[in-house]
Design a protein around this ligand. Sequence first.
Ligand code: SAH
Length: 234
Amino acid sequence: NMKKLSIFIIILLNSGLFPPLYGQDKFEKERKKMIKNQIQSRGITDKKTLEAIESVPRHLFVPDEYRDRAYDDGPLPIGYGQTISQPYIVAYMTELLNVGPDDIVLEIGTGSGYQAAVLSRIVKKVYTVEIIEELGLAAKERLKALNYDNVEVKIGDGYYGWEEHAPYDGIIVTAASENIPPPLIKQLKDNCNMIIPVGSPFNIQNLMLVKKSGGKITTKSLIPVRFVPLTRKK
Ligand code: SAH
């Protein structure tokens, strides 16, 4: 009888009568596949990063009409001409930032809030700045609804960073800049990392690892990437 009952329950769960339950399971499976096929297969091994990505429901950070493509191997539109980054790029940047549970991180370019949510599973606090008010407010709402309580969103021009909470144990810029904004260098703690795509908005850019040590800056070019441009308030 137990067998009969469990078969009945399985049929019921798959019947479509409980889309929230079944849907959740479907996305969880897709997320696991994404981690294996797109992220681990390309060399990401950091446990904190992999666990953080596994825990964040990426499908809730994309517009409804793209929900079924949330775990695809690429960026997706999030409105206002902006995009949520490719999962692998989020993982790669997160791993390289090399931050931990006591750290305070600054992100420039909140977008959907996805990268901030991933980082928030690893660090103590994430401050994130978004220049498009509608996107920033939507991300703020979303992060609150999903209980990412250690993320704070500000609307503003991230070129100037977020002075109030500086210096940061890590800075991640998710929009392409022609140069490394001097205010961000200033707000980076000594012996800490900044990850930033540098280059022309109309071209392939270079993802750069910027390190500050003894007050000195060293930069290392990592991989070619294509990000939306870091825009400036006029
Ligand atoms: N990290 C985001 C993706 C970012 S797309 C995510 O996980 O979804 C880049 C974002 O940077 C866009 O939302 C864009 O509006 C924002 N942006 C561009 N220039 C900016 C600036 N000067 N300051 C803050 N945000 C900026």
